[in-house]
Design a protein around this ligand. Structure first.
Ligand code: BJ8
Length: 425
C-alpha cells in the first residue's frame, strides 16, 4: 500500500485511516488463515492477494480506467459482470464486511438495518475503500428494502445507478429484467464512449463462464469425498471472496492451478481435517470480507465447512451462460436474463426452488448438517429460514440457525453454539 500512496490519495482515499484499517485486516488475516495446518501450496497466491488487495489491484483497476475501460462497483450478484468484462473493464464487489465503518454509517442510516449495507455506506463516508473510490459508478439493485432506499443516500456521495430486479419470476417480470440488462449495457457504453459489440460481450461471457467453471471445479474437489477434505472451508471462502475483486483471467488460472494440486491431494489421500470431522454446509446471506467469523468458529471447534449456499459461494458460480447459437444482442440479453433469473435469492416470492436445491446439495455432498446463517435485520433471509428449517426437519437434516452482525461480541457465543451443535450430530 505504501508504494501506492499517491494513487490512493489521488482517488480520494483517506490514506491515513485506510492504512490503519488495512493494518487491522492484515492482522486478522494472519491470525485466522496463516496458522492453518497443511495448507495447499497454491494458497500462496491468495495470501499475496491479501497483501495487495488495496494496493496493486487498485493500481490495475485505475490503469484500466486510464484506458477508458469501465470500473463498476456492486453489492449484488445480479449485476451482469459479463458486459463489463466484455468492455475490457473490471466489475467488483465493494467493501462491506467490516464493523469499523458502521458508527460512521449510522450518522446517515438507521441503526436497525443490515450490517452489510451500513458497513458499505460507512466505507464511502470514511473514504477507506479504494475499490469504491476507483469505481466509475456503483450499480445498485432493488433486491431488499434497505438497500433500495440506501442507494438514494449513497448517491449523494458517489454516482449510483439502480437495476430494477423484480421480486417474482413471471413472464412479465422476466421481460422487464431483460430490458434492465440492456439498459446496463447502455450505461457501460456511456463510460467507454463507443458501442459494445456482440462479439465483445460474448467474449465477456466466455471469460466469466471460465471463472465460474473453475469455481465449480473447486466446489466439487472440496466437498465430494466424505473422507478427504483437501482444503479448509475458510480458505475456500477467502478464495471466493477474492474472485469478486481480482483480475478475471489471472484468478481463473490460479483457481485451476489450485484445483490441479487438490486433485493430487485427493488421489494421495491428503486431508486437512481428520477423517470423521463433521462436514457442514452453510446457508444464507453473503460473507463480505473480512467476515470470517462463522467459518473460524466452525473450523476451530472440530468441524469443517464444505460449501457456502450463499452469494459469496455456490449461488454465485453455479450456473454458466449458454451462448450457443446466439446471433444478435437481444438473444444475448435473453440468455443473460435466463441465467441470472436462476439465482434463488430470498428476495423472490415464492422461492421454493432454493429449498429443493439445498436438499439435493446436502445429499450429493453427504454432509452431516447445515448452519442457516443470516445477517441481523435481513428480513428476507430471516423469514425464509422458517421454511428452510421446516424442510430440513422433514428430511432429518440437523440444522442450526445463527443470526449475527459484524461485531466481535458474539464470537464466543457462536463458538459455544457451534460446539454444542457439532456434539449433537
Ligand atoms: S442475490 S443475497 S447479493 S441481494 S443487503 S439482502 S443481507 S438485508 S446481500 Fe444479496 Fe444480491 Fe440477494 Fe445475493 Fe439481506 Fe443485507 Fe439486503 Fe443482503
Amino acid at each position: 500500500i505504501e508504494a501506492h500512496k499517491d494513487l490512493l490519495s489521488s482517488i480520494g482515499v483517506d490514506v491515513e485511516r485506510h492504512a490503519k484499517m488495512m493494518g487491522m485486516g492484515l492482522e486478522a488475516y494472519k491470525a485466522q488463515f496463516l496458522g492453518q495446518p497443511n495448507r495447499p501450496k497454491a494458497m500462496e497466491y491468495f495470501d499475496w492477494f491479501m497483501s495487495e488487495i488495496q494496493g496493486q489491484r487498485i493500481a490495475e483497476i485505475n490503469q484500466l480506467r486510464a484506458e477508458k475501460k469501465p470500473a463498476v462497483g456492486t453489492f449484488c450478484i445480479f449485476v451482469p459482470e459479463e458486459i463489463v468484462v466484455g468492455a475490457g473493464g473490471a466489475c467488483y464487489g465493494l467493501c462491506g464486511g467490516s464493523n469499523a465503518t458502521i458508527a460512521d454509517a449510522e450518522t446517515e442510516l438507521p441503526r436497525n438495518i443490515c450490517p452489510l449495507i451500513k458497513s458499505a455506506h460507512g466505507f464511502k463516508l470514511q473514504r477507506t475503500c479504494a475499490y469504491t473510490q476507483s469505481s466509475d459508478f456503483i450499480y445498485g439493485e432493488t433486491t431488499c428494502e434497505a438497500k433500495k432506499k440506501a442507494w438514494e443516500i449513497l448517491a449523494k456521495h458517489h454516482p449510483v445507478h439502480v437495476m430494477n430486479i423484480p421480486h417474482m419470476k413471471r413472464e412479465k417480470d422476466l421481460k422487464m429484467w431483460q430490458e434492465e440488462i440492456e439498459e446496463f449495457k447502455e450505461h457501460i457504453e456511456g463510460v467507454i464512449e463507443q458501442p459494445l459489440s456482440l462479439e465483445a460481450m460474448k467474449e465477456g461471457v466466455r471469460k466469466v463462464n471460465a471463472k465460474r467453471s473453475a469455481l465449480q471445479r473447486l466446489d466439487k474437489l472440496r466437498s465430494s469425498n466424505p473422507d478427504i477434505m483437501p482444503i479448509s472451508g475458510k480458505d475456500c471462502l477467502w478464495i471466493t471472496q477474492v474472485g469478486f475483486m481480482d483480475d478475471i483471467e489471472r484468478y481463473t488460472a490460479k483457481i485451476n492451478e489450485l484445483c490441479d494440486e487438490l486433485e493430487e491431494r485427493v488421489k494421495e489421500g491428503v486431508s486437512v481435517f481428520p477423517k470423521d470431522t463433521p462436514r457442514l454446509m452453510v446457508l444464507g446471506t453473503p460473507f463480505a470480507p473480512p467476515n470470517w467469523k462463522l467459518h473460524t468458529a466452525v473450523e476451530n471447534t472440530g468441524g469443517c465447512v464444505i460449501n457456502e449456499e450463499s452469494c459469496i459461494g455456490h449461488r454465485y458460480f453455479k450456473d454458466n451462460v449458454d451462448i450457443e447459437g446466439v446471433q444478435n444482442d437481444d438473444e444475448l440479453y435473453a440468455r443473460l436474463m435466463e441465467r441470472y433469473s436462476k439465482i434463488d435469492c430470498a428476495c423472490f416470492t415464492p422461492n421454493t426452488g432454493r429449498i429443493d436445491k439445498i436438499v439435493q446439495m446436502y445429499k450429493e455432498r453427504q454432509a452431516d448438517g447445515v448452519i442457516y446463517y443470516t445477517l441481523s435485520f435481513c428480513h428476507t433471509y430471516n423469514v425464509e429460514s422458517h421454511l428452510v428449517t421446516e424442510a430440513m426437519a422433514k428430511e432429518g437434516i440437523p440444522c442450526l440457525v445463527i443470526e449475527s452482525d459484524y461485531s466481535p461480541e458474539d464470537a464466543g457465543q457462536i463458538k459455544t453454539r457451534v460446539e454444542a451443535f457439532l456434539e449433537s450430530i
